[in-house]
Structure formats: C-alpha cells, structure tokens
Ligand binder design. Structure first.
Ligand code: FAD
Length: 472
C-alpha cells in the first residue's frame, strides 16, 4: 500500500483506467482504486462488452434465419445457456485480465477496495476482503460512474425483476419478458432475449423508441423491433408491479388494450444515475448539481482544485468513449499542460441493435430545436450495391450540412454495421470537412462506406446511384 501518490483515480471503468494508464505513461506515480479484481468498471464487467458479446450471438441466430432468403436453410438453433453464459464470461475475463496485466506493466498501484474522502488531499480506503488504509494524494480523479435507475415507488423485491446487470447474467430464457424503457439498453437486451426465444414486450412512456434520436433513423429500426417483439407499447407507463407465483403482474397506464398483464420476467432499463455519493465528498469543496452530476470545468476540474471528475458521474452522454477521453483531458491538466479543455466537436453514439443506429455531431432533431437551418443529404441503402449483396437494404445514411458552405455538422446512419461506419463522420466533423471533401474522397467499392460519399454527392444533386437533381 503506498502511503502517498501523485494521482489517485477512484473507479476503474473506461474513464478511470484510461486516465490511470495515461497518467502513468506521462511519468506520474499513480494509484487506481476499484472494488473489482481488475480494471474494467461497468463497461467491461456489466455493460458494453458483455452486452455486445450476447448481441453477436443474437446476430448469428438472426443471420441464420435470414439465410433462407438466399436459399440456405439451417435447423432452428438449440441454445446451451450454460455455454453461452461461459462464452460471455470468458470475453469479460479475457479483457479484464488484460487491463489488470497492463496496469501492472505500467507499475500502477491497483487497490481493490472502495475509497472515500477524509479531506481534499487524503482518501480512506476500505479494502475488499477487509482492512482499511489511508492514502494521501496530490490530485484525485473521481471516475465512479453510474448505476441503473429504478422506478420511484415501484421497486418490488422479486428476482424476476431485473436491471441490466441481472439481464446480462442470463438467469434463463423467460417465455415472456417485459422491457420497461425503449432506450438503447432496453432495445439491445430485448433483442438478445427475443433472438434466444423470449416473447418480448417493450413499454415506453414517450411516443417513440430511442427518445432524442432522429425519427428517420429510428423508424427503420422500429419496424424491425415490432417484428421481433410481441408488442411495443408507446405512450404507456408502468404504474404497478406485483410479484405473482413464478411471474410478475404489471399494471399499465396509457394507450394499451390490456391494463394488466403477467410476464415471466421484467427488465427495468429506464436510464442510469450518477454515482456521486462518494463517502466524505462533503468534506471537500466538490459540487454536485440537482441531477446528481459532479460539476466540472472544461479541464474536468471540480470546485476543489486538487480533485477532478470524469465519465458518467459528470454528465451526459453516459458513454465509455466519452469517459476515456475526459480521463485523458484531466490527466493533461494535472500534468501541467496549458489551456486544456474537453471540447469535442462530435461524440458518436451507437445503438447496437439490428439494424444498428449511429450518429454524431448535430442531429436534425437538435437543429430543429435550435431553429437552425441545415441541409440534409440522404442516401437510401436500397441504392447501395453492397447493401443489396448482403440483403440489408434496410438502411439510410445522411449528412446534416451547413446549407451554404456544405460543412459537415452531423452524420446519422441506420443500417447493418452503422456503428463501424460512424467514425468517418466523427473524423469529418473534427477535421472541419465539407460535403465536397466527403464526395471527393475515393471510397472502396463495393462497401457500405460508399453511402457516406454518395450522401455527400446527393447534396450536390449528382449522386451516381440515385437520381436526385438539385433543386434550384
Ligand atoms: C448494459 C449496458 C450496455 C452499455 N453499452 C455501451 C456501449 O455499447 N457503448 C458505450 O459507450 N457505453 C455503453 N454503456 C455505458 C458505459 O458502460 C458507461 O458509459 C461507462 O462504463 C462509464 O464509464 P465510467 O468510467 O464513467 O464508469 P463505470 O464504468 O461506471 O465505472 C465506475 C467504477 O467505479 C467504481 N466505484 C464506484 N464508487 C467507488 C468508490 N467509492 N471507490 C472505488 N470505486 C468505486 C464502480 O464499482 C465501477 O467499477 C453501457 C452500459 C450498460 C449498463
């Protein structure tokens, strides 16, 4: 146990471990504190990684069913749940074992425990498995992440009501599953259970799935979700839950034919709350806003000069890659660089459903809200050679552009592999590219990436594969 360190990072998620690794690379003496045996946080242990491992399996099942359209028929899948669970667990342990090794190679003091503040320069750490320690620091980075939200007044003590962590444990494949919340986590996990054979119902309080995302992208996904789910209940609220024998009876309020329905399991995925109740935080000057986020400046410094904060605990978007980049910003500031600021021009968001939805920069919805005039150039995947060869014409790529200069302000994609394609849009925005740059960049044929180039051509009215003359 080191008695003192230059930098201590509290929480070893993708924000915390990226910060700790980078601080060590910059020559600082670093300690990293987290309850888990290895760095990884929510993302690696019970978030991004296990969910994507299961979504891959769901994709394989869906593709095998899709193959009958090409004249290839497979037997219906037999799912060995124990093996599936151990595949998912092995993915998690491979990655977390790797981060543990890398932390050692960088000579980071990894402390398995929970940290609280004694004051603005000292931590009290309760070690996992017993024992307490005290660590003094020059700088601390709070990276304690977030946890699933619960429905106020509706929590019932039943193992059949799960949050995302419980759903990723794959306790069984329930005959019927209610997913409460039509956000990305609910849709991703709902898709997994639907592919494994559950009859899935999604209930969403607002009038559409993925509130906040552009409707033209969501509409394509919504058609698919309606197909794989038993029902999608919009404008509907869960107002009651009762644990019945081996089931949960749920009461709905809203636009639904049946006000009460029984499900084998319920997944609550209504959002996440920041973990800002770090013990002893009130002994420092760190401020927390009304929504529970720690308040930071552009360099991610809190109101307490020795303490920085990054990741889910400081605000939206609650995404792993945003957390990692904030971590590097905080370290640059701690290392003494000047004019350090976390000011990305675009942060990509990906919904890993089938089809995927990805966007970055300005969305049409935001432009509308801001009353900002933009040009939107859309390229339908039905005109993409690659999309046709893989039988996936259910997609669209669009650029949100400055109407005069053609500068790329935002990119939105719905379609198979959209998550891999969106990085080109992020780079374009960060580099200040315009539609001309996108249109003149030679893209390999036949690929889905050509849809980005062709949507830029649509802006000029001369896309090769769609006839859309520019209006005068
Ligand atoms: C099911 C699911 C799927 C997701 N999929 C994606 C995805 O595909 N892409 C994406 O970008 N994001 C995804 N996310 C979100 C992503 O997991 C988070 O944005 C990301 O993990 C946030 O990183 P973080 O470093 O802020 O904190 P976290 O990853 O939440 O890690 C915080 C760590 O701090 C620890 N901690 C808390 N308090 C203390 C304390 N007092 N002392 C010591 N340690 C403490 C916690 O135990 C935890 O290990 C997903 C989330 C879920 C739940």
């Amino acid at each position: 146990m080191p008695l003192s360190t230059q930098v201590v990072v509290i929480g070893a998620g993708p924000g915390g471990y990226a910060a700790a690794f980078y601080a060590a690379d910059r020559g600082l003496k670093v300690a990293l504190v987290d309850p888990e045996a290895n760095p990884g946080g929510v993302c690696l242990y019970r978030g991004c990684i296990p969910s994507k491992a299961l979504l891959h399996v769901a994709d394989v099942i869906t593709e095998s069913q899709h193959a009958k359209d090409f004249g290839v028929t497979f037997q219906p899948p037999k799912v060995d749940l124990d093996k599936l669970r151990s595949f998912k667990n092995s993915v998690v342990s491979q990655l977390t074992g790797g981060t543990g090794q890398i932390a050692k190679l960088r000579k980071i003091d990894y402390i398995q425990g929970r940290a609280g503040f004694r004051d603005a320069r000292t931590l009290d750490i309760e070690r996992e498995g017993g024992g307490k320690d005290t660590l003094s620091f020059q700088h601390a980075i709070i990276a304690t992440g977030s946890r699933p939200s619960t429905i106020p007044g509706l929590s019932i003590d039943s193992p059949r009501v799960m949050d995302s962590t419980g759903a990723l444990d794959l306790p069984d494949v329930p005959k019927s599953l209610l997913v409460v919340g039509g956000g990305y986590i609910g849709l991703e996990l709902g898709s997994v259970y639907a592919a494994l054979g559950s009859r899935v119902t999604v209930v969403e309080m607002t009038g559409g799935l993925l509130p906040g995302a552009d409707r033209d992208l969501v509409n394509i996904l919504a058609k698919r979700i309606e197909k794989i789910c038993e029902a999608v209940l919009l404008n509907t609220k869960v107002v009651g839950m009762k644990a019945a024998k081996d089931a949960v009876t749920v009461t709905f309020e809203g636009d639904v034919p049946e006000k009460e329905k029984t499900f084998d399991r319920v997944l609550i995925s209504i959002g996440r709350r920041p973990n800002s109740q770090v013990p002893g935080l009130d002994r420092t000057n760190v401020e927390v806003d009304k929504r529970g986020f720690i308040v930071v400046d552009a360099s991610r410094r809190t109101a307490e000069p020795t303490i920085y904060a990054i990741g889910d605990v400081v605000g939206e978007p609650m995404l792993a890659h945003k957390a990692s980049h904030e971590g590097r910003t905080a370290v640059d500031a701690i290392a003494g660089d000047r004019n350090v600021a976390f000011e990305p021009a675009a942060i990509p968001a990906v919904v890993f459903t089938d089809p995927e939805i990805a966007w970055c920069g300005l969305t049409e919805t935001e432009a509308e809200k801001q009353g900002r005039k933009v040009s939107v150039a859309r390229f339908p995947w039905a005109a993409s050679g690659r999309a046709i060869t893989i039988g996936r014409t259910d997609g669209v790529t669009k650029l949100v552009l400055h109407p005069e200069s053609g500068r790329v302000l935002g990119v939105g994609i719905c379609g198979a592999g959209a998550g891999e394609l969106i990085s080109e849009g992020v780079l374009a925005i960060e580099m200040g590219a315009n539609a001309q740059d996108m249109a003149m960049t030679i893209h390999p044929h036949p690929t889905l990436s050509e849809t980005v180039m062709e949507s830029a051509e649509v802006f000029f009215g001369h896309a090769t594969h769609v006839y859309r003359p520019k209006r005068a």
